[in-house]
Design a protein around this ligand. Structure first.
Ligand SMILES: [Cu+2]
Length: 128
């Protein structure tokens, strides 16, 4: 009787320990800036690239160097644009499945942009 109770407690303790270990591991990797070994299969992590999918820009905010060439990939089934609110850059129509590039402004700052066809689509390009 008592032996069973002890072993049950042992299992419980080891489960709690494992949970703590997992929790500790998770919070540890969350704060580091670049974990290269996450094994994610996302194809949208190319530098200076904005991917349009599901009527959304990804990433919603992108940082680039002044005058950098930014690639826009449209993975949607609708035509989209990347148009700066102040018109400092504009891809024009990017057909479904198509790719276009534009040149980032040479002046540092934060530039909001929209899709000129779907005004509710918004993103931010930061030049620094
Ligand atoms: Cu659009």
């Amino acid at each position: 009787m008592t032996r069973r109770r002890i072993s049950l407690l042992g299992v419980l303790v080891s489960v709690v320990c494992a949970a703590l270990l997992i929790a500790g591991c998770g919070s540890g990797s969350g704060s580091s800036s670049s974990g290269g070994s996450t094994g994610s299969s996302s194809s949208s992590s190319a530098p200076n690239t904005i991917v349009i999918k599901s009527f959304m820009f990804s990433p919603m905010s992108l940082s680039v160097s002044p005058g950098a060439t930014v690639t826009v990939k449209n993975e949607d089934s609708a035509t989209h644009t990347v148009t700066a609110s102040d018109k400092s850059f504009d891809t024009g129509d990017v057909a479904p499945g198509g790719t276009k590039t534009f040149t980032a402004p040479k002046k540092a700052g934060s530039y909001s942009y929209i899709c000129s066809i779907h005004n509710y689509m918004q993103g931010t390009l930061t030049v620094k």
